[in-house]
Write a protein that binds this ligand. Structure first.
Ligand code: ATP
Ligand code: MG
Length: 552
């Protein structure tokens, strides 16, 4: 990894504050806007905020920053809560910025009374013009010097619904020549005759995010208010409001947003993929959302491990998605139940195995975990193996099945290829083999030298299942760079569906189980499964094959 990485500069800050006796306990919060489902970047923020409170003793609030009535939905609130719990974190209090609408209104009145806020009748275009540019100071609004009494009355009338959307706004009276553009009399309130998901039609004026966020932290006595770098220039304004209102001084600290290769990390862009149906919903297994990763079979442990590994950066950076996949693979290797599933079947007939006979063979569930036990698999005269596990003209060092060559069937017997049967076009359709009855798995077969071990399923009992394999959602490393043309870079082959033949024990697979289809990849049951058809998602391949293929 190349990103600038500190051990964890936020931990250092918290440690210093605690040593200095500034706080008894720390209070952090995770403040999502309920306008979409959470993505991997939010997971990073969650691990950070909850992680600090867990490590240093303290608590973390969940606060929905729901100041914008138009884009917010209750569905997202429920989705977000579900995702945080699934990641393994419990919040102390569940708050909503909208709970503070009354308090924020009073804060605004206080500022007006102190001559620090005014009602402005300028249009949004006029206000934009007044702002100036980063190199040129702004100009004062003609309404800037309204009397306190007039401002109080107009603001009360705004609240009472006397004016239409956009007719008036409330602005902070800071400094139109300030070097920081955010300090040039920013908006505090706008008129919006809109229904809010929690406050209904009580309000027709809504606080701007910048007027709500810092004070919400203050109201909750948040000690360390952690957010992403784009809020660095807003910090001065939050501090100004806190100072002028003389309320609890929460401190803001910023870190770099998490970005990952071959995907996008913005709710706005993800919403576009969902609403224009480029993906099958927010929880499509190709999405970088927490719900998508859950459906795909990623574990909370592996996501937490990933967030820990990448550390906290102070500069924007792009993390290789294969690092996340590495963490997923490492965890799944420890917990996944091994199963045999043939994806590209080739029929093998074992000619010296009695017709009509079938026997149950035992196979261990997980060599990494002996407590996982074993299961029984039926073995019979006709089986499927992978087409790849047979070569009519074997390459050098090909240790699998080939004419005259022997191979071991995992947890079963050694077989030898005796005859190849082809169809009219010359395609191999069946391979006739003989088996060595004394070679049953676990027996002493010294003297027989067999290098290759392959998986198989008995045809009579094989369970046809659908498997869905996923590839990168985008074809370019950083789709954020081509913002407007993001859709052109969508990978048309990011989803591949196929019928495969599974050992019968998978009939009873449950949603929380993780599987390794031996030699193929890690899989889990998809929610599209029905009683008649099981669907499995490939969570991740066994090895990072993509890095190599990508270079081809
Ligand atoms: P988006 O641009 O995707 O909508 P956002 O920052 O607007 O993201 P919020 O719901 O406002 O989303 O964010 C909730 C918290 O998650 C904030 O503290 C925010 O800083 C943090 N966060 C959002 N995206 C990332 C990211 N990519 N990396 C780290 N933290 C993030
Ligand atoms: Mg936001």
């Amino acid at each position: 990894m190349t990103e600038e990485k500190s051990a964890n500069f936020l931990e250092e800050i918290v440690e210093k504050d605690l040593e200095a006796g500034k706080y008894k306990h720390i209070i952090t919060r995770f403040p999502p806007e309920p306008n979409g489902y959470l993505h991997m970047g939010h997971a990073k923020s969650i691990c950070l905020n909850f992680g600090l409170a867990l490590k240093y003793g303290g608590k973390t609030n969940l606060r929905f920053d729901d100041t914008n009535p138009v884009t917010e939905e209750t569905e997202y609130v429920e989705g977000i809560k579900n995702d945080i719990k699934w990641l393994g974190f419990n919040w102390s209090d569940e708050f909503y910025a909208s709970d503070y609408f009354g308090k924020l209104y009073e804060f605004a009145v206080t500022l007006i009374k102190n001559g620090l806020a005014y009602v402005d009748d300028s249009t949004s275009e006029e206000i934009a013009k007044q702002k100036g540019t980063p190199t040129q100071p702004g100009t004062n609004s003609p309404y800037r010097d309204r009397s306190i009494e007039e401002n109080l009355q107009l603001f009360a009338e705004m609240k009472a619904g006397k004016y239409k959307d956009g007719e008036k706004v409330l602005r902070a009276k800071v400094d139109m020549a300030h070097v920081n553009m955010h300090m040039r009399d920013p908006l505090m309130y706008r008129i919006k005759h809109a229904h809010h998901h929690r406050t209904g039609d009580t309000w027709c004026i809504y606080p701007m995010y910048d007027f709500a966020h810092g004070q919400s932290d203050s109201i909750e006595n948040i000690t360390h208010s952690i957010c992403t770098l784009e809020f660095v220039p807003h910090r001065a304004l939050y501090d100004w409001f806190i100072e002028k209102l003389n309320i609890y001084p929460s401190h803001q600290y910023e870190f770099a947003r998490l970005n990952m290769t071959y995907t996008v990390m913005s709710k706005r862009k993800l919403l576009k993929l969902v609403s224009e149906k480029y993906v099958d919903g927010w929880d499509d297994p190709r999405m970088p959302t927490i719900s998508g990763m859950r459906r795909r079979g990623y574990t909370p442990e592996s996501i937490r491990e990933f967030c820990d590994k990448i550390g906290i950066a102070k500069r924007e950076n792009l993390i290789d998605i294969s690092l996340l996949e590495f963490c997923v693979r490492e965890h799944l290797n420890k917990i996944a139940l091994r199963r045999m599933v043939v994806v590209d079947p080739l029929k093998v007939v074992i000619t010296n195995y009695p017709e009509g006979k079938s026997e149950m063979l035992s196979s261990e569930n997980n060599p990494e975990d002996h407590d996982a036990g074993s299961r029984e698999m039926p073995f019979s005269r006709e089986i499927y193996i992978e087409q790849d596990d047979f070569m009519e003209v074997p390459a050098k060092k090909y240790f699998r099945l080939a004419p005259g060559q022997m191979v071991r069937l995992k947890s079963a017997y050694i077989i030898r290829c005796e005859e190849v049967i082809k169809d009219a076009s010359g395609k191999v359709i069946t391979v006739n083999c003989t088996y060595i009855p004394e070679s049953k798995s676990g027996s002493d077969v010294s003297g027989i030298n067999v290098k290759g071990v392959i998986h198989w399923v008995s045809i009579a009992e094989a369970l046809p299942v659908e498997i869905r394999s996923y590839d990168r959602l985008f074809n370019v490393e950083n789709p954020a760079l081509i913002d407007d043309n993001m859709l052109d870079a969508l990978n048309p082959d990011s989803l591949n569906k196929k019928i495969a033949y599974a050992e019968p024990s998978l009939k009873n697979a449950t949603a929380d189980e993780r599987f390794q289809f031996m030699r193929t990849g890690y899989f889990c049951i998809d929610s599209d499964s029905t009683k008649d058809k099981l669907v499995f998602n490939r969570t991740v391949t066994l090895r990072d094959t993509w890095a190599k293929e990508g270079k081809k």
